[in-house]
Design a binder for this molecule. Structure first.
Ligand SMILES: [Zn+2]
Length: 364
């Protein structure tokens, strides 16, 4: 039995307002309770500041730079997330079948988006189903059935003929595909870097946009009004200058575009936050970035000008509510992280958890 003492940050509520902080919680049979058990035996006590298990809402398990990886590599990726306190992962597209992870009590919980759906030759090799627009509805239906309530589109990518980022899907096909996903009970998200991609996808009914570097004064109100969430993946956007350098010679217009998106990234995220766009943390680990960076992503949101409590909520209370998973509520599975100091005072403490508790077991 676990007894966790100190400051338990149960939340702001979904509206971000009501602070709920307790002095202790108990873990009985893997679940959280705030009622002291009658017969408390073999009690292990942990002290510190407690948050719900962190959420990496955009990472990839089973994927590296070349495509699908073997199970032991996927296991290492999941364990690295766990060490960082990320106990709930939204997998934003993977060509590997990682369903076996669901049977492993010691690995983080994963909400899958199936495999990426991209336009032919318009994404990283070996990652996606590469298809044409007339096949989109069928592929979205297939991945909606394979995943855990999400489908992932590649909304824009470099068009080599244009020499710049360009949208991948005509509006009519996107709208039909998103409607089909909704009919099957799945939400749809899309990788989008460019400006022009956003409005048509939001009008087509999309639920979330990954990266969303192309948000502008025109599209931010549209996102806010429709409640379309963004997962900015700022730790990944930091690599844009290197990408631009690599592609500069062949695609100077694209390189210049990527640099401009990078330069205004913090302003973009801050403006979206100020307008009320829901924002969640994601690292994009598993493509070229390593796993376990969710704490750094929260720090990036703070750097963008988002208040610390809101940045924490993007990785904890808010993100869990958005994904339909509980936080530190009575009876919830005990997935939590304990820190040495108040993460609201300095979110950088997130990168060094004192203890990680998954399904009621101390795993780190
Ligand atoms: Zn990704």
């Amino acid at each position: 039995m676990l007894h966790i003492k100190g400051r338990v940050l149960v939340g702001p509520d979904a509206g971000g307002l009501a602070e709920d902080i307790r002095d202790e919680l108990w873990v009985v049979d893997g679940r959280i309770t705030y009622e002291r058990p009658v017969a408390a035996r073999d009690v292990r006590t942990i002290e510190g500041w407690v948050l719900p298990g962190l959420v990496d809402a955009h990472c990839h398990v089973g994927l590296d730079t070349h495509g699908a990886v073997d199970d032991s590599t996927s296991e290492k990726q999941a364990l690295t997330e766990r060490e960082a306190g990320a106990l709930l992962l939204r997998d934003a597209g993977s060509p590997a079948d990682t369903r076996w992870i669901d049977d492993r009590e010691d690995l983080p919980r994963i909400i899958r988006a199936g495999r990426h759906i991209a336009r032919t030759k318009r994404y990283i090799r070996n990652y996606a189903h590469e298809i044409e627009p007339e096949e989109l509805v069928a592929y979205v239906a297939r991945e909606a059935r394979r995943g855990d309530g999400w489908v992932k589109l590649v909304g824009d990518w470099i068009d080599r003929e244009v020499g710049d980022l360009a949208a991948c899907w005509p509006r009519a096909e996107a709208e039909a595909a998103i409607a089909e996903a909704h009919r099957l009970g799945a939400r749809v998200t899309a990788h989008c870097f460019a400006e022009e991609t956003l409005a048509p996808l939001v009008e087509a009914g999309i639920d979330c946009v990954e990266h969303a570097t192309g948000l502008t004064e025109e599209t931010i109100p549209l996102f806010a009004e429709r409640g379309v969430a963004i997962v900015p993946t700022l730790v990944n956007i930091a690599t844009f200058p290197d990408l631009a350098k690599g592609g500069e010679k062949k695609f100077p217009r694209w390189a210049d575009h990527m640099r401009r998106l990078h330069e205004r990234r913090y302003d973009t995220v801050r403006a979206a936050y100020d307008a009320g766009v829901p924002i969640y943390t994601g690292t994009d680990a598993g493509g070229s970035l390593p796993h376990g960076l969710v704490g750094l992503e929260v720090a990036e949101l703070v750097k963008a000008g988002i208040p610390a409590t809101a940045a924490l909520s993007a990785a904890t209370w808010g993100a869990r509510a958005w994904l339909g998973r509980p936080g530190l509520t009575e009876g919830a599975p005990a997935d939590l992280v304990v820190y040495e100091s108040d993460p609201r005072a300095d979110v950088r403490v997130l990168t060094a958890p004192r203890r990680v508790v998954l399904r009621g077991r101390v795993v780190g």
